[in-house]
Design a protein around this ligand. Sequence first.
Ligand code: NAD
Ligand code: DAU
Length: 354
Amino acid sequence: MHPRILVTGGAGFIGSNFILQRRREDSASIVNLDKLTYAGNLRSLESIAHDKGYEFVQGDIADRSLIASVLEKYRPVAVVHFAAESHVDRSIHGPEDFIHTNINGTFTLLEETRAYWMGLAEAECKHFRFLHVSTDEVYGSLGPDDPPFNETTPYAPNSPYAASKAASDHLVRAYHHTYGLPTLTTNCSNNYGPFQFPEKLIPLMILNARDGKPLPVYGDGNNVRDWLFVDDHCEALATVLRHGKPGETYNVGGWNEKPNIEIVQTICDLVDEMSPRVARSRREQITFVKDRPGHDRRYAMNTEKIERELGWKPKQTLESGLRRTVGWYLENEGWVQSVTSGSYRQWIAAHYST
Ligand code: NAD
Ligand code: DAU
C-alpha cells in the first residue's frame, strides 16, 4: 500500500478534487480530516467513499487532541492542508470563523505536526512534508500596468480572509525557519471547476443563468482575476509535494487574466448553447450591484518559478475549462441540490438583498 497522506479540508472544493485526482492517478492512500462546515460536502467524494485506501474523519483542525490522535493513528508521510474558511464576502460579514480556522487552526495543526514529526525516525523525518495551500490574495491588489505577483512580492492582504491566510503563511514560514519542519507553501490564483460551492462567482453565475435569475456583478465588472482549472491546481500541488524544496513557496496560476464581466458573458453564452431556450439571451440577466467593500482590483500570477524548477504547466485553457465546468453543473443537479440547503439559501437572501 502507498504511504498515507493526511488531507485537511478534503470535503471542500479543491480538497475533494485533489483526493479524487490522487486516488485516480496514483492510488494514494488518504485520510481526510474535515469539519464539514457549510462548504464541506461528502457527496463530492461518494465515488471513493468505500475504497480501502481512503478514510474520513470529521473534526476541527483547531482541536489539538484530535489532531494528535489522528497523526498517531494514521502516521502520514505528508500533510496537505486545505482546510480554511475561503469566501471573501463571508469574511467581510463575519471574520471570526476565519481567525479561528485559518490562523488558530493552522497554528494547532503546525504544533501537533511538529511534535509528531520530531518523533519520527531519521529517514522518515527527512522525507516528511507539510504542504500549505494558500492564495494569491495575500499579495494585495495590482494596478492595470503592474507586473504579475511573484514569490518575492511583499505581502499586502486587504480582506479579513486574505489577512488570515497571510498570517497562516507566516506561521508556516516560521515553523520551517525556526524548527526545520519541512514545509512547502503554494499561492494560487482563482480556481474553478466541478464541486465548487455556488457562493463563488462561476458556479453562482452558471446556476442563476440556468434558472433565469439576476446575475449580480459587483461594481463595474472590470475587476480582474487569473483563472485556473481545479485539476491543474491539484497537479501543481502533487508536483510540489513530490519535487518541491522544503522552505520554498511556489506561485500557481493560469496566465488567464479576465475581467469578471467577460467571464459572466461567456458563461451566459455557454448556458444558452447547452441549455437552449427560445426567449432572451442569458446576458440580459446581468445586473450591476453594489461593490464588495475593499474589492481588490486585479490579481495576476507570475508562475515562472514552478514551471522552470518543477516543470509544471496548466493543461486546460480557460475556454475548454469553462465549457467543462458549465457542462458539469448542468449535468449534476443531484449534487447542486445537496449543497443548496437552507443555510445556502439564507446566505444568498441576506447577501444579495440590498
Ligand atoms: P472550501 O471553502 O470549498 O473548502 C474548505 C473545506 O475546509 C471545507 O470542506 C470545510 O468543511 C473545511 N473546513 C473549514 N473549517 C475547518 C476546520 N476548522 N477544520 C477542519 N475542516 C474545516 O475551500 P476551497 O476553495 O476548496 O479552498 C481550499 C484551500 O485552498 C483554502 O485554504 C483556500 O484558501 C485555498 N485556495 C483557494 C482558491 C480558490 O479559488 N478556491 C485559490 C487559492 C487558494
Ligand atoms: O484568488 C484566489 C481566491 O479566489 C481564493 O483564495 C478564494 O478562496 C476564492 O474565494 C477566490 O476569491 P475571490 O474573491 O476572487 O472569488 P469570488 O468567486 O468570490 O469572486 C470572484 C470575482 O467576482 C471577484 O472580483 C468578486 C466578483 N463577484 C463575486 C460574486 C460572488 C461578483 O461580481 N459577483 C458575485 O456575486
